[in-house]
Design a protein around this ligand. Structure first.
Ligand code: ADP
Ligand code: MG
Length: 244
């Protein structure tokens, strides 16, 4: 069932046209990645879907309801974790729920535990490493009551090893809760490893130049990185990006 639908989305900043008639959808429980070159308009798409920006034209529909320009309908994790420095980790991950008027401390504690942050629930963000902050921010997004989570290049600032650990952790937690995720990345391997479907964007003004259904079963094993299909998947996407 389609949960999020983006139709004819168009956006310029003065004379800079970033999106021109962009269309895509995300099904309930699906993990979809938006893959595109830097500056192609990925964060702009997120800001529009999250209601932080208004489009010049087009519409965004969530569960059949128009949410264009409406904030709060979607759980959003920006490029940098943005935890509040004056709140403990537990208070930070409960923030999304707090804004909606109900908190579930017990579930939050369990999730922190599972993320290796059990000993840090009363710590403050500055006491955590980059990867730990990302996990906390992600738990906050996951605990928020909205039906879909937007993640904007959440791992791009991490070193290679931490990044891979975080990808595994994300898959694990996704497997358990099956939230709908719209994930932005410019990393082809990351998109293949994580997603059900990949939308490959052109340079701006962004349009979907290729839609790729990832052929690997779940739960995803690390071995797929060495699989022949993985390489041909990667090659095809690389080709599409290069030849636009
Ligand atoms: P990406 O996330 O794919 O790297 P962005 O969506 O951040 O790309 O940016 C796409 C284009 O839109 C860039 O040319 C950028 O300068 C421009 N842009 C993004 N946000 C704004 C803004 N708030 N005001 C003016 N220009 C913006
Ligand atoms: Mg961006």
């Amino acid at each position: 069932m389609i949960q999020l639908s983006v139709e004819h989305l168009t956006k310029s900043f003065d004379s800079n046209q970033v999106l021109n008639n962009l269309n895509f959808y995300v099904n309930e429980g699906e993990f979809v990645s938006i893959l595109g070159p830097s500056g192609s308009g990925k964060s702009t798409i997120f800001n529009l879907v999250g209601g932080m920006l208004l489009p010049d034209d087009g519409s965004i529909t969530l569960d059949g309801e128009k949410i264009t320009g409406k904030r709060g309908s979607i759980s959003y994790m920006p490029q940098t974790p943005s935890l509040m420095p004056w709140r403990s980790i537990l208070q930070n991950v409960l923030l999304g729920q707090e804004l909606m008027g109900r908190t579930d401390t017990e579930t939050a504690r369990k999730m922190l535990q599972k993320a290796g942050l059990g000993d840090y629930e009363n710590a403050y963000p500055h006491e955590l490493s980059g990867g730990m902050k990302q996990r906390a921010a992600f738990i906050r997004a996951l605990l928020s009551p909205q039906p879909i989570i937007l993640l904007d290049e959440p791992f791009s600032a991490l070193d290679e090893l931490t990044r891979h650990d975080m990808q595994k952790w994300l898959l694990d937690i996704w497997n358990e809760h099956k939230p709908t995720i719209l994930f932005v990345t410019h990393n082809i391997e990351e998109a293949i490893y994580l997603s059900d479907r990949i939308l490959v964007l052109s340079c701006k003004p962004a349009k979907v130049i290729q839609e790729y259904k990832v052929p690997f079963a779940r739960p995803r094993m690390e071995e797929i990185f060495l699989h022949e299909n993985f390489l041909s998947c990667k090659r095809s996407i690389h080709h599409a990006l290069k030849n636009q």
